[in-house]
Design a protein. Sequence first.
Length: 185
Amino acid sequence: MPTLSDLIEKNKEPLLSRWLDLILATYAKETALLWKQQRNQFTNPVGNRIREGIQGILTCLLADENGSYQEQAAVFLDDIVRVRAVQDFKPSEAVSFIYLLKKVLREDLWAEIKASDLFVELLALESRIDSLALLSLDIYANCREKLYAMRIKEVKNVQKRLLERANIICGYSDVQAGGEDRSPE
């Protein structure tokens, strides 16, 4: 009797293709079409990143040796979530791509899962997918935090340059800017 992993391995390419289609459907039609058709990593780095990321995630989920799938999948999740964090997605939308895998598995493999009575394995796999969704949310939060910190730093730099140009802060010392005091004593 086949296992769920065997069933997924046997249907891996169509499952990945469908998962990619569902992820790309979260983008504008023109963007999705471009990313789906263009497979070159240099002319389409985002589409390539998503494609390689979902492949790696699925491989990690199936390998699940001693629960180490999270550490291994984190690299692939980071590739996808980092892209979605800088785009105009809400947090829930940015990490929703991982849940789309559950949809694909249930819809595309349901007959075989039912016939082979693989419900327990499906529930275990779905629990691992849920844990990756939570990990994706952590990655998203870290990316957004870094993004906001960069924006704040840039605003401060622009503000400082404007004040210097207006000669409002002549003799602005590094101590006031948060650095070491280099002013003569």
